[in-house]
Design a protein around this ligand. Structure first.
Ligand SMILES: Nc1nc2c(c(=O)[nH]1)N[C@H]1C(S)=C(S)[C@@H](COP(=O)(O)OP(=O)(O)OC[C@H]3O[C@@H](n4cnc5c(=O)[nH]c(N)nc54)[C@H](O)[C@@H]3O)O[C@H]1N2
Ligand SMILES: Nc1nc2c(c(=O)[nH]1)N[C@H]1C(S)=C(S)[C@@H](COP(=O)(O)OP(=O)(O)OC[C@H]3O[C@@H](n4cnc5c(=O)[nH]c(N)nc54)[C@H](O)[C@@H]3O)O[C@H]1N2
Ligand code: SF4
Ligand SMILES: [Mo]
Length: 728
């Protein structure tokens, strides 16, 4: 189902969409008749960036008579190398989506009124000034999707004197990042193309799309690499794999500990690498003896002989062998044991001796953008710590201070700590767990300003909504990319004039600053700022504008000197963790909750990306939703045997219920899912009535999740939920 949509060519994708033209009255039909009448018009080609997801692939937009004609991938980009994925093709048409906001909006007695930018800025500034006077700068927060304007958003918050800048990290990746940081000092990449043995654990680049990674996995496969996918679900990447290991969700730590047990017990690890480049191997030897494959089998449901065999196989291919560094599924922010699982994953890689080696886990040469100071002095940083407790001993010492714990914002608002917030390029009412609680928290704010092109769930409850330009309408901040063996710098460019009274994110941040009396920290134009940031990279802005993406920095080199860990080496045992009161070596830790084996209706609810949707952002795109419907993708996956046991047939409607939510959805019976869980695609369940295509289609896993904080990192533990599934 999902694999088919992935294979759709652009032409068949458009043809497929045309079949459902009834639902698309404003889109394709208009476009086709327009295309005919403009066939002879001259074409302009402008390089820019796709904003269909966080990959931000490089592309060329073709424009005719002020309208987007078509897009294609930029071949110079190390990541997408000339390719655009289906959601990129689809999302671009949201430029013309009738649901877009056309001017700033103010909520008056529950209804939105269009107002001018000037009025919006003035009123927002007045209200914030009162809040600042009464509650101090710490009561103001900013939360966003991490994107190229983040440096300016952070500067804005620091100018106000608030530490409360957040990203969505605690619902995505903070456990993974923390684990890699503690082990090797930073987050590495995967040299997939040169690997001879690739294992993915809860990472699905063909569904949670990364175009470069899919291409590189195919390249490796064509050269004879073995590919193993460890996932409770037969995911899209498994289609390329030699073997699928259907693991019981939440138990990857047991699987990895057993792999390490075999590597150590059978001396399959890279002895020279371990001796020269790691600390704590002795401690690992002492601990790992407790976790033989026979022990793990009972927990993770992968036979002991399989664990032993695949460990021997991957070790034979070392150092051209890797376990994917992971992203969201399994180790990002899902389970109580996600941090330890990610630590075990990093340690298993290190034992293969693959750190910063060809075909292994590597550190791309970094290329840092320049600073605005001294030309434009930076504000003094905020005085206090973040109220969410990130980085504070006794609270969330392993949490990322830079990201903060964004799903704690509703709690902090309910406690009266946060009074006023800006939400930019982010939709917490839909992408945070436990929406009732999130709504209660965000509603408690005295002032909520949302910056978005559409009335998302979060925008729908804001006091003011500021219409962000669609990405094709706005020049934005330059950005670096680290895919492949050399860094690149890229830029989002304005391709057409804004269709409505919208503004770029960069402009809105600067405008707000000026109205708030902190304009002295924003006394530069976008071009000036971009030039300063490009300066140390030796790139001229005009060249970047012409090309869209350019290589910068040094090419990658194998091997390493001192790592950014306290010992300068790979920390198999972490003295920092020990000092903070955590085990220096990963130990088995069960997930927080588990389904009741005796209850045939009890399942763990897990989820994942489908290749044609991004988070809760693209379900309002008529072309993409046409594909969802055509391939019947809005369903809950359930293991066939388990389903039959409770009298379910394919296509039946079921009721799912957890402690915090319930909902109804049709099921899809499959052999491709571990029997202990049900799997929900993560791109649906939109409840903003303003998003007319997406509204009330499918469910979101967040509806069923309680508000949880991992006790060390603070991440959302978004698969720690048990649901009852019954025929409706
Ligand atoms: N339901 C659900 N929840 C999830 C996930 C999921 O897949 N489904 N995934 C989890 C993960 S991995 C992540 S990373 C987070 C992501 O969660 P979020 O950070 O909330 O990201 P999106 O859902 O992509 O929402 C982005 C919002 O930005 C708006 N937007 C799009 N383009 C622009 C622009 O150019 N400017 C501005 N100002 N706004 C823009 C969109 O309209 C949308 O409202 O969610 C987590 N939670
Ligand atoms: N199409 C699409 N692509 C995207 C995005 C998107 O929204 N849509 N978002 C981007 C972002 S922000 C992110 S974070 C990445 C996410 O990329 P991934 O981390 O690859 O995405 P997920 O689909 O969340 O999870 C991957 C797999 O983990 C499996 N899984 C769930 N629980 C477990 C478990 O306990 N153990 C194991 N071994 N597997 C488990 C799921 O079945 C799923 O197949 O994708 C990026 N690319
Ligand atoms: S992966 Fe697809 S949606 Fe995401 S940036 Fe690239 S082309 Fe756009
Ligand atoms: Mo993510």
């Amino acid at each position: 189902m999902q694999d088919k949509s992935l294979k759709l060519s652009r032409r068949s994708f458009l043809r497929g969409s045309a079949l459902t033209a009834g639902a698309l009255s404003l889109g394709l039909l208009d476009f086709q008749s327009w295309a005919k009448s403009n066939a002879a018009a001259p074409v302009r080609r402008i390089p820019t960036i796709c904003n269909g997801c966080g990959n931000r692939c490089s592309l060329f937009a073709y424009v005719k008579n002020g309208r987007i004609w078509r897009i294609e991938g930029n071949r110079e980009a190390n990541g997408n190398q000339g390719v655009v994925c289906p959601k990129g093709h689809g999302y671009l048409h949201d430029l013309y989506n009738p649901n877009r906001i056309r001017s700033p909006l103010k909520r008056v007695e529950g209804k939105f009124q269009p107002i001018s930018w000037e009025q919006a800025y003035k009123e927002i500034a007045q209200k914030i000034n009162i809040i600042l006077m009464e509650n101090g700068p710490e009561s103001v927060f900013w939360v966003n999707y991490p994107q190229p304007n983040h440096a300016y958003a952070l500067r804005f918050m620091h100018s106000l004197g608030s530490p409360h800048y957040f990203t969505h990290g605690s619902t995505c990746y903070t456990a993974r990042n923390a684990a890699w940081n503690f082990t090797v000092g930073k987050l590495p990449s995967n040299d997939l193309a040169n690997s001879r043995f690739i294992m993915t654990i809860g990472r699905n680049p063909a569904g949670g799309i990364d175009l470069g990674q899919v291409r590189d996995i195919v390249k490796a496969k064509e050269r004879g690499a073995k590919i193993i996918v460890v996932d409770p679900r037969h995911n899209e990447t498994a289609i390329l794999a030699d073997e699928w290991l259907p693991i019981k969700p939440g138990t990857d730590l047991a699987f990895l500990l057993a792999m390490i047990n075999v590597m150590v017990g059978e001396t399959l690890y890279d002895k020279e690498f371990v001796a020269n480049n790691t600390v704590g191997f002795q401690q690992l030897e002492d601990e790992i003896i407790n976790y033989p494959p026979q022990w793990a089998e009972k927990i993770c449901d992968i036979p002991a002989e399989t664990i032993t065999r695949v460990t021997r196989e991957i070790a034979r291919a070392k150092p051209y062998a890797l376990i994917h560094r992971g992203y969201h599924g399994a180790i990002g922010a899902q389970y109580l044991n996600s941090f330890q699982t990610a630590r075990a994953l990093a340690i298993a890689n290190s034992l293969l001796g693959n750190i910063n080696r060809k075909g292994g886990i590597y550190f791309p040469e970094s290329a840092e953008l320049g600073e605005l100071q001294p030309t434009h002095p930076a504000p003094a940083g905020p005085a206090g710590p973040k109220a969410d407790g990130t980085g504070i001993p006794g609270r969330y010492p392993l949490g990322s201070y830079g990201d903060g714990i964004s799903h704690a914002i509703p709690e902090l608002a309910l406690r009266g700590v946060l009074k006023c917030g800006f939400v930019y390029h982010h939709n917490p009412l839909r992408t945070n767990p436990n929406p009732q609680r999130v709504i209660a928290g965000y509603r408690k704010l005295e002032l909520l300003v949302v910056i978005d092109p559409v009335l998302s769930e979060t925008a729908s409850i804001a006091h003011y909504v500021l219409p962000a330009s669609f990405y094709l309408e706005a020049d934005e901040a330059v950005d670096t990319k680290h895919y492949g063996k050399r860094a690149q710098v890229s830029i989002q460019r304005k391709v057409i004039a804004p269709l409505f009274d919208s503004r770029s994110g960069f402009q809105i941040i600067g405008d707000l600053a000026k109205h708030l009396g902190i304009g002295k920290y924003f006394n530069f134009t976008l071009d000036e700022a971009n030039e300063l940031r490009l300066k140390p990279l030796g790139v001229a802005l005009k060249d970047l504008k012409a090309k869209g993406i350019l290589p910068v920095g040094e090419a990658w080199k194998e091997g390493f000197g001192k790592l950014e860990t306290p010992s300068g080496k790979v920390e198999i045992a972490s003295s920092t963790l020990e000092r903070l009161g955590y085990p220096a070596i990963p130990r088995w830790e069960a997930p927080l909750v588990s389904p009741d084996d005796k209850d045939p209706h009890s399942f763990r609810l897990i989820h994942g990306k489908q290749a044609i949707h991004t988070h809760a952002m693209t379900a309002n795109q008529p072309y993409l939703m046409a594909i969802s419907r055509r391939y019947d993708m809005i369903r809950l996956l359930i293991n066939r045997k388990r389903a039959e046991k409770i009298g379910l047939k394919d296509g039946d409607v079921v009721k799912i219920k957890s402690l915090v939510g319930e909902g109804e959805i049709r099921v899809k019976l499959t052999e491709g899912l571990h029997p202990s869980c049900v799997w929900l695609p993560s791109g649906y369940g939109i409840f903003s009535k303003h998003l007319t295509t997406a509204y009330d289609q499918g469910l979101s896993y967040n509806d069923f999740l309680p508000t949880l904080f991992d006790p060390t990192v603070g991440h959302a533990m978004s698969s720690e939920v048990i649901v009852q599934v019954k025929k409706a």
